[in-house]
Design a protein around this ligand. Sequence first.
Ligand code: HEC
Ligand code: HEC
Ligand code: HEC
Ligand code: HEC
Ligand code: HEC
Ligand code: HEC
Ligand code: HEC
Ligand code: HEC
Length: 414
Amino acid sequence: MKKRLFLIGGRCLAAGIFLLGQDGAAVPSKCEECHVAISPMQVKDFNRGVMSETMTCIDCHGESHTSAEDVANTRLPTIATCQECHEQQAAQYLSGKHALGLAAMNAMPYTHMQPRSFVEGQKGCGGCHTLGLMNQEARKSDGRRYYRYGMDCQNCHTRHAFSKAEASEPEACQTCHMGFDHAQWEMWSSSKHGVTYLMNRAIDPENKDRAPVCQTCHMPGGDHRVFTAWGFLAVRLPEPDKEWVRYRTTILKGLGVLDPDGNPTARLDVVKAAKVARLDEESFWAERQRMVEVCTQCHTPFFVSENMKNADLMIKESDVLFAEAIEIVAGLYRDGLIKKREDYHAYPDLLTFYEVDTKIEEVLYEMFMDHRMKTFQGAFHMNYDYSTWYGYAKMKKDLVEIRELAEKMRAEKR
Ligand code: HEC
Ligand code: HEC
Ligand code: HEC
Ligand code: HEC
Ligand code: HEC
Ligand code: HEC
Ligand code: HEC
Ligand code: HEC
């Protein structure tokens, strides 16, 4: 392959080296000559990475832009660009949950009502969720491309270093997997696993891998397909536990996947397409088994199965409280104490997230997105504090508040 950089003592001399075409116009290596002045760190980063040994800027950006006047002609790479040379990683990635990130976001009923800047830019929902677009050529009115559209690979392999080592550190996941409704970073980094890893990375780097990072469990063997058994919403069908089925049914009504009589709605298809809920037993247990095989590299089978079972049961305990709360709010709809929106169907719509009209629904939203999430996500990430105090204890408080608010609304009506 073409290689136009000279390596001297392991360092690249990118700047001074360029070729001129027959007519003196810029040819590819001029990219660096000009960009070393405009964006020097990009040139430096790229030349530090292994790809600079055989590639240049044009391999990803094409060669149709050669001056400040024709910037809109440059190609911004997409997953398809990387796929040309990294077929395996791209195929794995595209078959996983990340690649459904935009579909799942757009499946939410109120996403289209969010301010555009929250959805389309590199910030807000879009900052984390513009995932899975292939060959995205959407352009703004000035002809320039949107950044990061269809360029998911850089989410862990930041440009232009594109490093494997960097993507293997847990911090690569932190920007998105943190905070309010998915605090996996906080949970892991203060769990025994995280603390053991971080301590050893500092004092005994060679043995840091004795404790697992996100990638150990979610990308075993470098598999780019991320997928978990329960997923974000932690609802699955069918459910063998008869008692749990009752709570689950209420939750599915709240999610709008079942109508008030318990029949599937059109939303079920959307949920299916974006794989938001787990809808058959087989795939649930296949994902679970994949995870258990990771744990048993370091722990014994019984230790692991007990841990998993107990975490599953914590979801059930949360669902007892959550279902009661949903039914209380549904009762207010039924009795006309909360005015239905046009598209509501007798149950509070949990998937509207924070787009709600009343205080009691706001509490229900927090119970769902903040406290129920923390209860079970904390359980799976060995974070006892998140499960207990930021999770279950807060759910209890939410339920008390919901009961009280409902009582007040009813009293006011009387
Ligand atoms: C004569 C100087 C010059 C040359 C040569 C040049 N560029 Fe650029 N490039 C620019 C300028 C100026 C910008 C725009 C900076 C801005 O808008 O802030 C730019 C922007 C870009 C962008 C960003 C595009 C975007 O939509 O934001 C890419 C990618 C790029 N150049 C790649 C290349 C590649 C690849 C080559 C070689 C084929 C090249 N450049 C050659 C000056 C140059
Ligand atoms: C392996 C593929 C690859 C190569 C090779 C590559 N880039 Fe990029 N470049 C990217 C990706 C990915 C993006 C981000 C695109 C996006 O956000 O949609 C990007 C974005 C850019 C941008 C615009 C964004 C910004 O941060 O300013 C510029 C400018 C740019 N590259 C310049 C260069 C230059 C100069 C070279 C050669 C030294 C180069 N690139 C080589 C993949 C590459
Ligand atoms: C023209 C072929 C080609 C394209 C296009 C390409 N790569 Fe590479 N890439 C390579 C080669 C060759 C290597 C070095 C050998 C290897 O590790 O496979 C490499 C290595 C890598 C590595 C390993 C780096 C390390 O630290 O070991 C990563 C990560 C990577 N590429 C990401 C990307 C991403 C992301 C894109 C798209 C933005 C991309 N590549 C586009 C050819 C390509
Ligand atoms: C969620 C984070 C993440 C994303 C997104 C991601 N990668 Fe990776 N990638 C990793 C990790 C972690 C490794 C190291 C795997 C290992 O230990 O073998 C890796 C390794 C690689 C390697 C080096 C493989 C090897 O064994 O040398 C290539 C090439 C690569 N990724 C390409 C891609 C491409 C192409 C995309 C986009 C389709 C992509 N990656 C998206 C995390 C990610
Ligand atoms: C750019 C933001 C971003 C980064 C960085 C990122 N993720 Fe994700 N991740 C997401 C989004 C968004 C989803 C939800 C996707 C969907 O809705 O389909 C997700 C989903 C997941 C899931 C699937 C959960 C389920 O439903 O089964 C796992 C596991 C996961 N990520 C692990 C990781 C790991 C491990 C890393 C780091 C190596 C990482 N992610 C880096 C944004 C990110
Ligand atoms: C010791 C292994 C392990 C480590 C380390 C780990 N996870 Fe997980 N993760 C799990 C298990 C187990 C589940 C639940 C799997 C199931 O549903 O059966 C899970 C679930 C998830 C989910 C789905 C929602 C949830 O929380 O239940 C995401 C997203 C996720 N992990 C991301 C991460 C990120 C990001 C990191 C690093 C900050 C990380 N995980 C570290 C084992 C791990
Ligand atoms: C900080 C990054 C970030 C922001 C901002 C963000 N999300 Fe997410 N979102 C994620 C991650 C990471 C997941 C996966 C979490 C998990 O599985 O535990 C996720 C999961 C989801 C899911 C569930 C997907 C599934 O299939 O399980 C939906 C729906 C969703 N987000 C919608 C939104 C909407 C709508 C917004 C804006 C109001 C938004 N998100 C803002 C990172 C983000
Ligand atoms: C790379 C090895 C490794 C993997 C993989 C791993 N662990 Fe661990 N685990 C450790 C180490 C090391 C510790 C900290 C030392 C200890 O407490 O025994 C630990 C601690 C724990 C603890 C805390 C024990 C305590 O006494 O507080 C639990 C629970 C646990 N692991 C469960 C799991 C589960 C479940 C999985 C799979 C989802 C898993 N581990 C995957 C290495 C691993």
